[in-house]
Design a protein around this ligand. Structure first.
Ligand SMILES: Nc1ncnc2c1ncn2[C@@H]1O[C@H](COP(=O)(O)OP(=O)(O)OP(=O)(O)O)[C@@H](O)[C@H]1O
Ligand SMILES: Cc1cn([C@H]2C[C@H](O)[C@@H](COP(=O)(O)O)O2)c(=O)[nH]c1=O
Length: 197
């Protein structure tokens, strides 16, 4: 089973992902962007304010392809539960917002990015969405780069809502404004339910 954690910057995904290791010790814990050289290229792009939006999308998608073939698919083939801190929905939400705000001539960016992934990717079985407003997300993340900005994160949040509307059964919304302990406990219970059924 492939379970993904999604949400805005600062929503607490990494905090939850770390806490989950005690609840599901046999799972494979992984993340995007990865720490491979593809992921390093992604980090450079994210740190570049005027990075080309399409080049950035394809760097992130290359990192995803390598993550899929090198980590996710082998673990799933072994029957291991995979828990990924960010996955394809991050591209759908973030890069669709970036492209929509740019002068790139792609009419429906979210649909376009989904189509690219549909050709090769493995969709998550379940996605836990840590729900938080854009202002709190920007405050928590420190507003240190072009993504950690209130207006941009508000557009990303709208895209996540579109994704949830399109696939309500896959997404499990968790109120990420609660304390770290409450959020971790709720997500732990959800993962236990998902993996036991
Ligand atoms: N439930 C919470 N309440 C208050 N602060 C929190 C909560 N969860 C995490 N934080 C704090 O918010 C900051 C961001 O947390 P974390 O790195 O887990 O978020 P993230 O979603 O992984 O962010 P990013 O996507 O930017 O990596 C950290 O300082 C963390 O301690
Ligand atoms: C996978 C992925 C990530 N991003 C963005 C979201 C964050 O601002 C950064 C780094 O992620 P982290 O969880 O803070 O380490 O990358 C993105 O825009 N698109 C993606 O597909």
């Amino acid at each position: 089973m492939l379970i993904t954690l999604e949400g805005l910057d600062g929503s607490g995904k990494t905090t939850v992902w770390t806490a989950l290791r005690d609840r599901v010790p046999d799972a494979t814990f992984t993340r995007e962007p990865t720490d491979s050289w593809y992921g390093e290229a992604v980090a450079r792009s994210i740190a570049t304010d005027d990075a080309d939006p399409l080049a950035e999308l394809f760097l992130l998608t290359a990192d995803h392809a390598d993550h899929l073939s090198g980590t996710v698919e082998p673990a799933l083939a072994d029957g291991t539960t995979v828990i990924s801190d960010r996955y394809s929905d991050s591209r759908f939400a973030y890069q669709a917002a970036t492209i929509a705000a740019s002068d790139v001539d792609v009419e429906r960016p979210l649909a376009y990015i989904r189509e690219i992934h549909a050709a090769f990717s493995r969709p998550p079985d379940a996605t836990i969405y840590l729900d938080i407003d854009a202002k709190t997300a920007a405050e928590r993340s420190g507003r240190t780069n072009k993504f950690e900005q209130d207006g941009y994160l508000a557009s990303v949040r709208e895209n996540y809502e579109r994704l949830i509307d399109a696939e309500p059964d896959r997404f499990h919304r968790v109120d990420a404004t609660r304390s770290p302990e409450e959020v971790a406990a709720r997500v732990g219970d959800l993962v236990a339910d998902l993996t036991e059924n």
